[in-house]
Design a protein around this ligand. Structure first.
Ligand SMILES: Nc1ncnc2c1ncn2[C@@H]1O[C@H](COP(=O)(O)OP(=O)(O)O)[C@@H](O)[C@H]1O
Ligand SMILES: [Mg+2]
Length: 502
């Protein structure tokens, strides 16, 4: 239940309204219905009392002169007027002497009226003589009555017949059926409850409609607008909503939201513009690096060629130091040539078009290994290639990737006694794995090694340009793949290559 209520603002409003209106209105209905019932009974009591008084006043004189015919007539008149009201006059022994229903004359009231309560009250009144009139409700079978008992005191004008010893001569009983009254009360209560309920429902509905129109609906609309806002702005299918012009909190919310959305739209435009500019600049830079590297090749070839001629043809004319310097020039030129080749490859890795096709990774690995067969043989490197999957890639690029990883593994395991290289498929990581037992590196530099010119080893120990892994990473990313490494200094390195598997 709480879950149900917590989930929406409208449900909360409905619950609060229902609880706060239904409880007080039920109490009011209950109180007014019971007040009304009490009032009606009170009115009937007054009516019974007055009737008893009036009857008593009417029959007192004929009774005092012993005119029983007049008494009976009075009672019969009354029966005609108030048909369902019974009136009896009883003697001290509660035997009915006169009555609106003549068939009961001569019977005792306790025979006629089987209500113990009635009987007890009359007995008490007779004994106490305190109250001359008592009224009570009684229930006989399905019927309810309001009964007034008026005691008949022994007054001076009665003494000639009844003597003066007794205080009470008998009683007059007026009995009015109240079934109908209760019926009326029930009907009226039902009507009040029904009206109350209908009224409450209408009020709840009106307040609820007003609140939802003014609060929940705008808030929900804002919520829907906010949903996936950054994505929608990015996709360009967002239009800031028309402000409703409201001055209340919801209006504030709408305005703040509008400002935020506009802000995002502007920022997005700035980012897009900057991105475009950056892409252009980057492309220009790469083109520049490419052409510079390219143009450096010709003069470098001259340096290399002429220094070679110098060494070959002018050996004798140079002394030892001269030859040494010349050799340094040559090796510098070779390194520079390697560097330029690498920079050009790196540049090409971004520009060359990808022509993917499904190919067996085993064959690509074997092709790459072929370039290193001499070193592998010479150093007796233990190379194992286990079952690799088919992959969907540009074979030339991925062969270069594999070749770079194998080259590193061979290079950085140069100093271990028996180098090992395992190339297999790691099912858990869904990646091809290149595991060597070389020098390894500190894994905290893992990000660094994939950047251009970043090396963890000194060129005196291990030659290189620091471009290989940058080329590898770029080529793999162009295939929507990924590459990462695991290593510890002295414990070898493992490189994982994840590519779209065919
Ligand atoms: N298999 C490996 N074992 C140990 N270190 C490696 C391995 N592969 C790469 N590295 C580290 O990453 C750096 C970057 O590699 P790379 O880009 O191929 O450059 P290079 O091989 O020219 O040095 C290397 O200088 C080396 O420090
Ligand atoms: Mg390398």
């Amino acid at each position: 239940m709480m879950r149900f209520v917590q989930k929406s603002l409208s449900r909360k409003i409905l619950t609060i309204l229902t609880v706060s209106l239904v409880i007080p209105i039920s109490i009011i209905i209950y109180l007014s219905a019971s007040f009304q019932a009490r009032n009606m009974i009170k009115e009937m009591t007054v009516f019974g009392n007055e009737l008893a008084h009036a009857m008593y006043a009417g029959i007192r004189y004929p009774m005092s002169v012993g005119d029983s015919a007049a008494v009976s007539k009075q009672l019969l008149d009354m029966r005609e007027k108030l048909q369902d009201v019974d009136v009896y006059v009883t003697d001290y022994a509660q035997q009915i002497v006169y009555g609106t229903r003549s068939e009961l004359i001569g019977k005792t009231v306790d025979n006629e009226i089987y209500n113990q309560d009635y009987w007890r009250k009359i007995q008490e009144s007779f004994r106490a003589v305190g109250e001359t009139q008592i009224t009570f409700e009684e229930k006989i079978g399905p019927n309810r009555f309001l009964t007034t008992v008026q005691l008949l005191p022994n007054q001076v004008d009665c003494h000639h017949c009844h003597g003066a010893t007794q205080d009470i001569l008998g009683s007059m009983v007026v009995r009015t059926p109240t079934n109908h009254t209760y019926q009326v009360i029930r009907t009226q209560t039902g009507r009040v409850v029904l009206l109350g309920l209908v009224g409450t429902c209408i009020v709840i509905f009106l307040i609820y409609t007003m609140l939802t129109n003014h609060v929940t609906t705008p808030v929900n609309r804002l919520g829907a607008d906010m949903k996936n806002l950054p994505e929608r702005i990015a996709a360009g299918d967002y239009l800031a909503p028309e402000p409703s012009g409201r001055e209340d909190e919801v209006g504030h919310l709408e305005r703040s939201f509008g400002e935020m959305a506009n802000d995002l739209l502007e920022k997005r435009a700035v980012i897009e513009r900057t991105n475009r500019e950056l892409t252009t600049i980057n492309r220009e830079l790469e083109a520049f690096a490419y052409s510079v590297s390219h143009d450096l090749r010709a003069p470098l070839r001259n340096i290399d060629g002429f220094s070679k001629i110098l060494l070959d043809d002018y050996q004798e004319k140079l002394d030892e130091t001269g030859r040494h310097y010349l050799n340094r020039v040559r090796s510098g030129a070779t390194k520079m040539s390697q560097l330029i080749d690498d920079i050009l490859s790196f540049s090409r890795a971004s520009r060359t078009e990808i022509n993917p096709r499904v190919i067996d990774a085993n064959s690509l690995v074997n092709e790459a290994l072929r370039d290193f067969s001499e070193t592998i043989k010479a150093r007796d490197i233990n190379v194992r290639v286990k079952d690799l999957p088919n992959i969907n890639c540009d074979p030339n690029m991925i062969r270069t990737v594999f070749s770079n990883l194998i080259s590193n593994a061979i290079k950085y395991s140069r100093d271990v006694e028996r180098a090992e290289l395992l190339i297999d498929y790691d099912e858990t990581n869904k990646a091809i794995r290149f595991k060597d037992n070389g020098v390894g590196f500190d894994i905290k530099y893992q990000e660094k090694i994939f950047q251009v010119f970043q090396r963890l080893h000194l060129p005196e120990e291990y030659e290189g340009t620091g471009i290989g892994l940058a080329i590898v990473k770029r080529m793999i990313e162009r295939h929507q793949g990924s590459i990462w490494a695991e290593s510890e200094p002295g414990k070898g390195a493992t490189f994982y290559v994840r590519l779209p598997v065919a």
